[in-house]
Design a protein around this ligand. Structure first.
Ligand code: ATP
Ligand code: MG
Length: 173
């Protein structure tokens, strides 16, 4: 069995979710079984539509967000949904069947303390030796960066969002 590592993709620049999707595509091609979970989100983004076509024994997709718009301030419902997502991902992780697990926006859950650090560390303690775990999202806290084996920061140099270009279907959403 190959050793699996803990990877973190963070920073304000574009590319965190798309990098994790690229890795998902590569891993599936390499015969790996992939679990792709998204915190805070509940929309059928274009990437989810693509993954749904590939879903089966080798790929499971789950979203843990509430039905509320993502940009509204977080409330009790978000805290509960985030914890429920961690609990579900933990059960999947403990099953030991996933070679790669991607948890998109986990870093927001950690950075904004939607779930407390001790609970998240207990979750990470359960990572099977052979599972590669990829955590994405802005605001990865220092403790998570310390703990990870690989950390990539998508550094914002320029983004058309700041010139008023909203998320475009197929490019950002
Ligand atoms: P991608 O999914 O393209 O790889 P990402 O995962 O790195 O991007 P996220 O942090 O998940 O990026 O943010 C994605 C969305 O946030 C984008 O759709 C974009 O429209 C929006 N966005 C980009 N820059 C900002 C900003 N400075 N403030 C608020 N929202 C932004
Ligand atoms: Mg993202």
């Amino acid at each position: 069995m190959n050793k699996g590592y803990l990877q973190v993709y963070t920073g304000d620049g574009k590319g965190k979710t798309t990098a994790s999707m690229g890795l998902t595509v590569r891993a599936l091609g390499g015969g790996m079984r992939v679990y792709f979970g998204q915190f805070l989100k509940n929309n059928r983004y274009s990437e989810i539509k693509t993954l749904e076509k590939l879903a089966g024994d080798a790929l499971k997709i789950r979203q843990f967000g509430t039905k509320r718009p993502v940009l509204e301030p977080m409330n009790e419902e978000d805290f509960k949904a985030a914890l429920a997502g961690i609990e579900e991902a933990e059960r999947e992780m403990e099953s030991g069947i996933w070679d790669l697990m991607v948890l998109d926006e986990f870093n927001i859950v950690a950075g904004y303390k939607l779930v407390k650090q001790a609970r998240l560390e207990a979750f990470l303690d359960k990572k099977p030796e052979g599972t590669e775990l990829v955590l994405t999202g802005r605001s990865a806290p220092e403790w998570l960066i310390e703990r990870a084996d690989l950390v990539t920061e998508m550094k914002l140099i320029k983004h058309y969002f700041d010139a008023g270009v909203p998320a475009r279907k197929g490019i950002e959403s």
